[in-house]
Ligand binder design. Structure first.
Ligand code: AMP
Ligand code: TRP
Length: 333
C-alpha cells in the first residue's frame, strides 16, 4: 500500500549516530521505496522552544538539510523543507491546541525532562510543542511517522488529537490517524558514557556521542573511550539485560551492519571488548565517513541547499494550505 510519510528533525546542531540509526536511516529506506510519498521537515519552529542564536540556527537548518541529502534522501523524490516557511503548521497548531486537553499534555514526559526543576521558567512553546508536532503530521494526511523511541508518547497524543477533532466535528476520517514506525531494536541509542542515558545533542560531553560530522580519528577515539564493563563480550541475549553499555555498542554495530543483536553476539561471544571496539570503529567509519564528507561538501554550496528548501516549501505549502481551507470550512470560519 502507498504510504504517506512525514517526519521532522530539529535543527539544533550535533546530529549524531542516534539520530541516524533511530530515524534518518529509516527515512532513506522509505524514500527509496517508490510507492511512498515522503515529506521530511527541518522543524525550526520546534527548535525555538528553547533559546537559539539566529546565526547558528540558520547554519543548523542548512546542516540538517545537508545531512538528509548526504544520508541518501533524494530531494527530487521526497519533499524537504523547513517548517517556518509553511504557515499552515502554525495555524493548524493553534486550532489543534483548542482540541487537545491540558490533562493530555500534562502527561508528556519529554516536557518534564526538558523543563527540569524550574517548570515555571520553561517557555509556553516547550509545553505545547507536541501539539505543533501533531499539526505537522496531520496537515499532510500522513499515514506513517518514522521516529526514534523517544517520540512514541508524542505520536500517541497526535492520534488522540486527530480522533477528538474527527469526533467533535463529526468528520469521520478527516484527519488520518497515523501509525508510528519505530524500529524494534535500534530506536534508542544510548550515550557512550552512560548506557542508561539517551545519546543526545545537548549533552555537554562530546565524547558521549558520535556526531555525523566526526572524522575518522574522532570516531576511533570516542569508541576507544566508550564505557564498557570488565566482563568479556556476552554470549547470549539474556546476558545483555544487566549490561547496558555492552548492549548499546552491540546495538550500534548490528544496526550499522544491517544485522541483528543475535548475530553480533554470536560473532564476538567470549572475545575481548578491545577486539570488538576495533571492528565497531571500522564499520562506523565505513558508514559515517562518506556521510560526513558529503555533508561538508554540500555545506560549501549554501545556495543549493537554500534552493532545495525553497522548492520543498512550495510543494509542502500546496498540500498543507488545501487542508487548512478544509479545516476552515469544518470549523465555521
Ligand atoms: P531530534 O534531534 O530531537 O529532532 O530528533 C530527530 C529524530 O531522531 C527523532 O525521530 C528522534 O526520535 C530520533 N532520536 C533522537 N535521539 C535518538 C537516540 N538517542 N536514539 C534513537 N533515535 C533518536
Ligand atoms: N519532536 C520531534 C523530535 O524532537 C521532531 C518532530 C517535530 C517530528 N515534528 C515532527 C517528528 C513530526 C515526527 C513528525 O525529535
Amino acid at each position: 500500500m502507498a504510504k504517506k510519510i512525514f517526519s521532522g528533525v530539529q535543527p539544533t546542531g550535533n546530529l549524531h549516530i542516534g539520530n541516524y540509526l533511530g530515524a534518518i536511516k529509516n527515512f532513506v529506506d522509505l524514500n527509496n521505496d517508490n510507492q511512498n510519498k515522503c515529506v521530511f521537515c527541518v522543524v525550526d519552529l520546534h527548535a525555538v522552544t528553547v533559546a537559539q542564536d539566529p546565526k547558528i540556527l540558520r547554519n543548523n537548518i542548512r546542516e540538517t538539510v545537508a545531512t538528509f541529502i548526504a544520508s541518501g534522501i533524494d530531494p527530487k523524490k521526497s519533499i524537504i523543507f523547513n517548517q517556518s516557511q509553511v504557515g499552515a503548521h502554525s495555524e493548524a497548531a493553534w486550532i489543534l491546541s483548542c482540541v487537545a486537553r491540558m490533562g493530555w499534555l500534562n502527561r508528556m514526559t519529554q516536557f518534564k525532562e526538558k523543563a527540569g526543576k524550574d517548570k515555571e521558567k520553561a517557555s509556553v512553546g516547550l509545553y505545547s510543542y507536541p501539539i505543533l508536532m501533531a499539526a505537522d503530521i496531520l496537515i499532510y494526511d500522513t499515514t506513517h511517522v518514522p521516529v526514534g523511541n523517544d517520540q512514541k508518547q508524542h505520536l500517541e497524543l497526535c492520534r488522540d488529537i486527530a480522533q477528538k477533532f474527527n469526533n467533535d466535528f463529526g468528520v469521520n476520517d478527516f484527519f488520518k490517524v497515523p501509525e508510528p514506525l519505530i524500529q524494534k531494536d535500534f530506536s534508542r541509542i544510548m550515550s557512550l558514557k552512560d548506557g542508561l542515558k539517551k545519546m543526545s545533542k545537548s549533552e555537554l560531553s562530546d565524547l558521549s556521542r558520535i556526531n555525523l560530522t566526526d572524522d575518522k580519528d574522532q570516531i576511533i577515539n570516542k569508541i576507544k573511550k566508550a564505557k564498557t564493563d570488565t566482563l568479556p563480550m556476552p554470549s547470549t541475549i539474556q546476558d545483555l539485560n544487566e549490561r547496558p553499555e555492552a548492549k548499546n555498542l552491540i546495538g550500534i554495530y548490528s544496526s550499522l551492519k544491517n544485522s541483528t543483536l543475535e548475530k553480533t553476539i554470536q560473532e564476538f561471544s567470549g572475545k575481548n571488548f578491545s577486539e570488538f571496539k576495533e571492528d565497531l570503529s571500522q564499520i562506523t567509519i565505513e558508514k559515517i565517513s562518506p556521510i560526513s564528507k558529503e555533508i561538508k561538501k554540500l555545506l560549501s554550496d549554501q545556495s543549493y541547499l537554500d534552493k532545495i528548501l525553497e522548492e520543498g516549501s512550495k510543494k509542502a505549502d500546496e498540500i498543507a494550505s488545501k487542508k487548512i481551507k478544509k479545516i476552515h470550512d469544518i470549523m465555521g470560519f
